[in-house]
Design a protein around this ligand. Sequence first.
Ligand code: ZN
Length: 137
Amino acid sequence: MVIQMKWTRIDVKTSSRTQLIEITDRISEEVKKSGIQDGVCHVYVQHTTAGLTINENADPDVVRDILTGLTRLVPATGDYRHAEGNSDAHIKASLMGFSLNVPLIDGRLALGTWQGIYFCEFDGSRIRHVLVGITGE
Ligand code: ZN
């Protein structure tokens, strides 16, 4: 048994300030390229105003409602001191988190039927980077 670890980077182009972009297919592509069958897929963003989450990819209203709910929780303006003026984006990114771990079973991401992996942009539009690490055998 030889445990392998492979990291690759994918670029995600966002097109608005706040946006959830499904990246499941792109992560699956990296899993396929790695040749690793059983292990864990790590996904990580090196940003402070973007994050990652897993949620429903069947009804697009779920994504819309997540973004609307986050904006209700964290308004764009308020009692913020950060001079860059994007404190809402920093807070939303921390709420979502910066890394995910997905089981890799029989060469496939073991996601639930309705689950998709989302890149969460909160201060776009930009080109963002996502690290994908696949470890296993
Ligand atoms: Zn900032």
